[in-house]
Design a protein around this ligand. Structure first.
Ligand SMILES: [Zn+2]
Length: 376
């Protein structure tokens, strides 16, 4: 399984959104094709789902002995972020000090390796599930717009439980936050810098917007009741741009904000809330969505029997929440109850020296195998 992970890391699959077109490191196709060839060798049925040109989800199915009465979906993503410092070293897997190093080791090729190994072991054993189909879906584009999970959702695939692979330190996660990215713009009137009285300063108007958002609005969010697993909603002003040079009164200023949502909040409701907050304070501004796709929070009922089965198999008492967004909410929106689970720690994801511990990989594989073996 360590060897499999090293092979997966050696096949770069950087999300194309982070690289120039035709960059040799970009795209999930090398990993998707490799996973397909392993699946065929293990005797599973293999399918691709073309999502955009040359970007495909790969689907492996282990069909039960009898009629399909249940279905379990294993859904890690195949894409990674790029190199942080431009060095290509990170695409060369290494094994040292009980850790596998390389881009994707923890986010989330470690999960891919653990899930595939567990599934192949169950396929090779004489006792494959009697009534449960196991579907592995290697998804594209989680790191950007989640095109892979959105496309899979559109196929209306039904499953009793989806296990989305992300580094959760082998905790079973049933809740994560959603996010809304928006651009807010203030308009003014340009004038000569020597006659500011003839213009209207858009940067000054924005200064007030920033102060209101980071001040009163953030404070109001902090006073809201906390979600038991996620805490409260938050907001961050992440970017500001306005004006062009010192001697011109700026006629336009833009900020970009990241508002993290909790279960019960919608993207549309959140946008309306910010707009009406600013209007109430007499600010004239416009707010537009930046993402083009919705990224809702995840909240799966921990008491669902399949979630309880998974908790038992993994030896956990309680489910957890995480702050980062992932494919789980997208698949859940499509009707598949989802948990997030995998070896590794999100603290090592997206870092310049990404790694995962071999112990965590082995433990994760064993827990997944235990769950799959017990399926009806
Ligand atoms: Zn991930």
């Amino acid at each position: 399984m360590v060897r499999l992970l090293r092979e997966l890391i050696a096949l770069p699959s950087v999300n194309p959104a982070f690289l120039p077109a035709d960059d040799p490191l970009a795209g999930e196709h090398r990993v998707a094709d490799y996973v397909a060839s392993l699946g065929a060798k293990a005797g599973l049925s293999v399918d691709f789902q073309e999502v955009t040109p040359n970007r495909r989800n790969v689907l492996l199915r282990l069909t039960p002995q009898g009629r399909i009465r249940h279905r379990i979906l294993l859904a890690p993503h195949l894409d990674t972020v790029g190199s942080v410092d431009g060095s290509l070293e990170i695409f060369k897997p290494t094994l040292a000090n009980g850790r596998v190093w390389g881009r994707g080791a923890c986010d989330t090729k470690g999960c891919v390796a653990a899930m595939l190994t567990a599934m192949f072991d169950v396929a090779a054993a004489s006792s494959r599930p009697a009534q449960t189909e196991i579907v592995f879906a290697g998804l594209i584009d989680e790191e950007n717009q989640q095109l892979g999970s959105r496309a899979l959702s559109r196929t209306r695939l039904k499953a009793d439980l989806g296990i989305v692979g992300e580094p959760t330190r082998l905790e079973v996660v049933t809740a994560h936050k959603g996010d809304v990215w928006a651009r807010i713009e203030t308009r003014g009137k340009a004038a000569h810098g020597a006659r500011p009285d003839l213009g209207i300063n858009a940067v000054r108007a924005m200064a007030r917007v920033v102060e209101l958002i980071e001040g009163d609005y953030a404070a109001e969010l902090a006073r809201r009741p906390l979600h038991p697993l996620l805490g409260g909603p938050t907001i961050n002003v992440g970017m500001i741009r306005g004006g062009s040079q010192p001697n011109i009164v700026p006629d336009r200023c833009v900020i970009e904000i990241d508002r993290r949502t909790v279960p019960g909040e919608t993207a549309a409701g959140t946008k309306r809330e910010i707009e009406s907050f600013l209007r109430k304070h007499g600010v004239k501004s416009t707010l537009v969505d930046m993402k083009g796709v919705i990224a809702p929070p995840l909240e799966t009922d921990p008491n669902l029997p399949w979630v309880q089965n998974f908790l038992t198999a993994t030896g956990r008492r309680e489910t957890q929440g995480v702050t980062y967004f992932c494919d789980a909410a997208v698949l859940a929106l499509g009707g598949i109850p989802c948990v997030v689970f995998g070896p590794g720690d999100i603290a090592q994801a997206h870092t310049a020296r990404e790694w995962i511990s071999v112990a965590s990989l082995e433990r994760g594989t064993a827990l997944l195998k235990r769950f799959l073996e017990r399926l009806p």
